[in-house]
Design a protein around this ligand. Structure first.
Ligand code: ATP
Length: 306
């Protein structure tokens, strides 16, 4: 099932057509901004970031005029808390993330960060406040050091090493031929999916944003890799406002709130226990994952929701 599933990534078709040329989410947003309809309003102030509270207020959005992809979505992510988005493929989870990053403007309602409408502040200041850990990190054709340092170009060597340690990737880097100076990416050492994700985590730790957007990998990682990544992810989310797209429900049982999206609407919301008690969409997704975990015996719940 996992192999047959082709994830509809952040940017759908457009993204897939050009993804080869782009290095990571934030960089991609920067480059695309040139062609995007989204412009800073003249004289827009910078976002005054405090603790990164997020609010979606009656947000409606469609990629084209013919169809709304999100229909009157309202939710809050309190500063420092974690909200998870779950739901079937195409439900609109990635779209929520894109709107927070203001990759598109909403058709109705507003997206607020620390009380400021994202459409009214500079995009640069908004994006500086948000760290993204994507499903598939594409690395720069450069050294490991540079790939981490990209999170904050002025970071010192010891900051880079501290971030790598916190992301559980430092020891692994020391086994590379030239340690931190090893060339990685297409033309260098090829890293595993788990290693690349930990580089992305180190980069985000270095950036130290108030808000973290996490797009959980859909592909199954082995149990040990998974455990390492989970603890590194926990560190990157700690004390930060976190919005996570979750595919394995086992990873979000401690989320402050889980939003179940279906056809662009929030059909259920609450924490894990409350949603199980509802015996609705979430509960059936949960039981389905438990079942397939038991039947394939891998014991780590690495099955998808979609
Ligand atoms: P998945 O879990 O598969 O990533 P998702 O819940 O993240 O799905 P979205 O990627 O937000 O879903 O997509 C929501 C809807 O918007 C889908 O019907 C999708 O086909 C459509 N869509 C997504 N991106 C675009 C785009 N760039 N242009 C037009 N339609 C799009």
């Amino acid at each position: 099932i996992v192999q047959l599933y082709v994830p509809l990534n952040w940017f759908g078709t457009y993204y897939r057509a050009i993804q080869k040329n782009f290095v990571d989410m934030e960089n991609m947003f920067d480059l695309l901004r040139v062609d995007s309809d989204v412009k800073d309003v003249p004289g827009a102030p910078d976002l005054l970031i405090r603790r990164g509270g997020i609010e979606f207020k009656h947000v409606s959005f469609g990629y084209g005029p013919e169809r709304l992809v999100l229909n009157d979505i309202s939710f809050k992510v309190a500063p420092g808390s974690t909200v998870a988005l779950v739901g079937p493929s195409g439900a609109g989870k990635s779209t929520v993330m894109r709107l927070l990053f203001r990759f598109y403007d909403v058709n109705g309602g507003a997206v607020l960060v620390d009380g400021q409408d994202v459409a009214t502040v500079t995009q640069a200041s908004l994006r500086a406040a948000i760290g993204v850990v994507p499903q598939d990190t594409v690395l720069f054709n450069n050294t490991v050091r540079y790939n981490i340092q990209y999170g904050r170009l002025t970071a010192s060597s010891s900051d880079i090493i501290a971030a790598a340690k916190n992301a559980d990737i430092h020891d692994r880097i020391l086994t590379f031929p030239d340690a931190y100076d090893t060339q990685v990416g297409e033309r260098g050492l090829r890293l595993s999916g788990g290693e690349k994700q930990r580089i992305a985590i180190a980069r985000t730790l270095l950036k130290d944003p108030a808000i973290v957007l996490l797009d959980e990998a859909t592909s199954a990682l082995d149990t040990n890799t998974e455990r390492n990544i989970q603890s590194a992810l926990a560190r990157v989310c700690a004390n930060r406002t976190t919005l996570i797209i979750a595919h394995r429900l086992s990873t979000i049982i401690h989320a402050d709130e889980i939003l179940v999206l279906k056809d662009g609407e929030i059909v259920e919301r609450g924490n894990h226990e409350a949603l199980l008690a509802l015996e609705g969409v979430y509960a059936s997704m949960w039981h389905q994952q438990l079942e397939s975990r038991n039947s394939n015996g891998n014991g780590n719940g690495n099955n998808e929701t979609n």
